[in-house]
Design a protein around this ligand. Sequence first.
Ligand SMILES: [Zn+2]
Length: 446
Amino acid sequence: MGQQSDPQIVAQFGLYEDPKLQQFIQEKGQKMAAISHRPNIDYKFKIVDSPVINAFAVPGGYVYFTRGIMAYFNNEAQFAGVLGHEIGHIAARHSAQQQSKAVLAQVGMIAGMVIAPEFAQFSDAASQGVSLLFLKFGRDDERESDMLGVEYSTKIGYDATEMADFFLTLQRQQEQSGTAAVPDFLSTHPNPADRYVRVHELAAEWKLKENVTKAEINRNKYLRMIDGIIFGEDPKQGFVENKVFYHPVLEFQFQISPTWNHMNSPQQVQLAPEDGKAAMIFTLAQGETLEAAAQQMLQQYKLQPVDSKSVTVNGLQALAIVADQQQEQQQQGQQQQQAVRTLTYLIKYKDNIYSFMGITSAENFDAYYETFSNTMQSFKPLTDPVKLNKKAERIRIKTVQQPGTLAQVLKNFKVPETRMQELAILNGMELTDRVEQGMLLKTIGE
Ligand SMILES: [Zn+2]
């Protein structure tokens, strides 16, 4: 399963480009895999370029951490606990199910999209693989993985009580943001308080069993390693503000209909209304000319052109094509399957041709036509320097100069009032906690 889905996962998110972090997860992962109950499979450990806070195991030996979760750990021991939990799913041969659509929708930016199955053929393979990232294990499996996480992290020398603390951080983060990710180990544990106590007990037991006198936490070492890690969305990959999609690298923008959701991946932007009865897919087209791109597109999706005309989009040369999908090409031979009708704009801009495809049933086509064409007609060059130069936020590690409460120290670091609570959670502390001179703390900067 892992081998099959790995290319999709990597295509969907990209790997986070930070050799020292990738090396760190490899090194700790292999060390832990070697002492696990299944040391002989070919484990792979990767950090993917996603702001979502998640870590997940795909059966077959593949373990992924997002850069989002890496930013939230406060020491190596927390990382090791979660690593052990994920390796545990593989080592104990837990069988995973894909999450329900409702859960996927909660995860927001990755999967806040529901596209009807007959339209999904138009989206890229990578985004179809997204649901693999949110595999769901049963409650008993999660309990067992917690136990194995404690065992494995203790065996490679870490303090497993830190793992319990990290679950609290995740829970606080989720409560505070209301929207962010639901890692598998939170969604399947209805009673976090019990779990916290249990992991603490298990950690104490394993310390005795393994005769651990000095378990590693490695707070400073970990914080220095993640200094500079991107925090939240990376604008370079395109971003949405007030229902406008901006791509500062390719220098274009377009409007998203107020009631539609979006999902951005390196290969395409998908848009869909909440009922999933239509979809729009924005991507780079193949071909040197508009005509060649049109031919390629019709062939690729086995579409029959109904109408085609030259148009201009904010001064840019474009082709607007209405096309139907041939009945006999539809899958599964279902006789009553509705015909699919599409409106595609191919737009020439700079050295590229962009394709905007609106997809719905022939029956609903008239109802969606205006939304399709309004969105496509809103495509234009991006010239606003503020949007062009928008920088990603990054974690910046600072040394405390003057002791005080966390709130006082953050204020000295010029953290705005509105972000105090977020920063407390990110540091795994309360604003009233005492902070000593020389201590390292996370702040957010550019
Ligand atoms: Zn789990």
